[in-house]
Design a protein around this ligand. Structure first.
Ligand SMILES: [Zn+2]
Length: 312
């Protein structure tokens, strides 16, 4: 089945839970960056949870960024998530030595480390929460983040299974949250449900031929499905936006690109897409930059003239 994200609730709305299947989107990330299995596993776990966190956002304008900064070989993991559940992200140092290739995810990430979530809620200031990594296996680290930073008791299960040929077999995440009015009895029902669940990759494999709705319905007697939407690895970059970035480069540097390199290749960190700009395109950007500079110089001289008038 295709990648998807299910939102559901149960126990008369006192528990809400989210399940996603991310097998294809992690394969997509793996192919884009040519990731070794260990790096894809670590990034894939974060992408799986990030997609769910994105879907928790209230409006289309909102988005969030997850930064995992460890002390292991991967360096850092950066993932952006959007309200439609789409995600993009990368590992700072994905290449692994033969020895590192056999390390479990928590050693690749490396403790001590921090997990930072920054939410752009389309307000003047971003919201940000930081927690210490608990065990570096990602699932528990996020459970701790939700409980501490968002004050919502949360259980998280996540898993990525990749075979020796670099093919993602199954992947996904489950996030289950207790509402403030949940009773002790309901909390223990949830604990029972969770302890009876297989590991995430086995669950995703088991339900591979059916919609994840079925998994949600099998978890609680009174499960109510709220939504089931497709999700994907999707970047927001474009050649136009990249040209915008080039307009912020210094004139000297742009001239160098034109005269010495006769063009420029700009690669997006988040999706590894390379945009090529030939000499003519760069000259156009340089002209625009020069024009903008002249305009702002003129503006400045107007301002100072005005000030002069005021002073007089
Ligand atoms: Zn991109």
């Amino acid at each position: 089945m295709k990648d998807q994200l299910v939102k559901a609730m149960a126990l008369d709305g006192r528990v809400r839970f989210y399940i996603d299947r991310t097998t294809d989107l992690i394969q997509d990330a793996m192919d884009r960056f040519d990731l070794p299995n260990g790096s894809a596993d670590a990034l894939g776990r974060v992408l799986s949870i990030a997609s769910i966190m994105g879907s928790m956002l209230k409006s289309e304008q909102e988005m969030l960024t997850i930064n995992i900064l460890g002390t292991g070989p991967l360096g850092s993991i950066v993932v952006d998530a959007y309200s439609n559940g789409n995600v993009r992200g990368f590992v700072a140092n994905p290449e692994l030595t033969p020895e590192e290739a056999h390390l479990p995810v928590h050693d690749l990430i490396g403790l001590p480390g921090t997990l930072i979530v920054t939410k752009d809620l389309h307000m003047e200031e971003n919201w940000s929460g930081t927690v210490e990594l608990q065990n570096g296996e990602i699932g528990q680290d996020f459970a701790y983040y939700f409980t501490l930073s968002e004050q919502t008791p949360t259980a998280v299960s996540v898993g990525v299974k990749i075979d020796e040929n670099g093919v993602v077999q199954s992947a996904g995440a489950l996030v289950l949250q207790m509402m403030p009015d949940a009773t002790d009895a309901e909390i223990s029902i949830c604990e029972n449900v969770l302890s009876g669940l297989k590991p995430m990759t086995e669950l995703i494999e088991h339900y591979d031929d059916s919609s994840l709705d079925q998994l949600a319905l099998d978890m609680f007697e009174d499960t109510k499905i709220l939504a089931n939407d497709p999700i994907a690895f999707k970047c927001t970059c474009s050649k136009e936006k990249t040209a915008g970035l080039l307009r912020t480069v210094s004139k000297g540097h742009l001239k160098e690109m034109i005269e010495e390199d006769h063009g420029a290749d700009v690669t997006c960190n988040f999706c590894n897409t390379t945009y090529h700009f030939d000499e003519d395109e760069l000259k156009e950007i340089l002209e625009e930059t020069e024009k903008n500079l002249t305009e702002s110089e003129e503006l400045e001289s107007h301002v100072s003239e005005d000030q002069g008038d005021l002073a007089a």
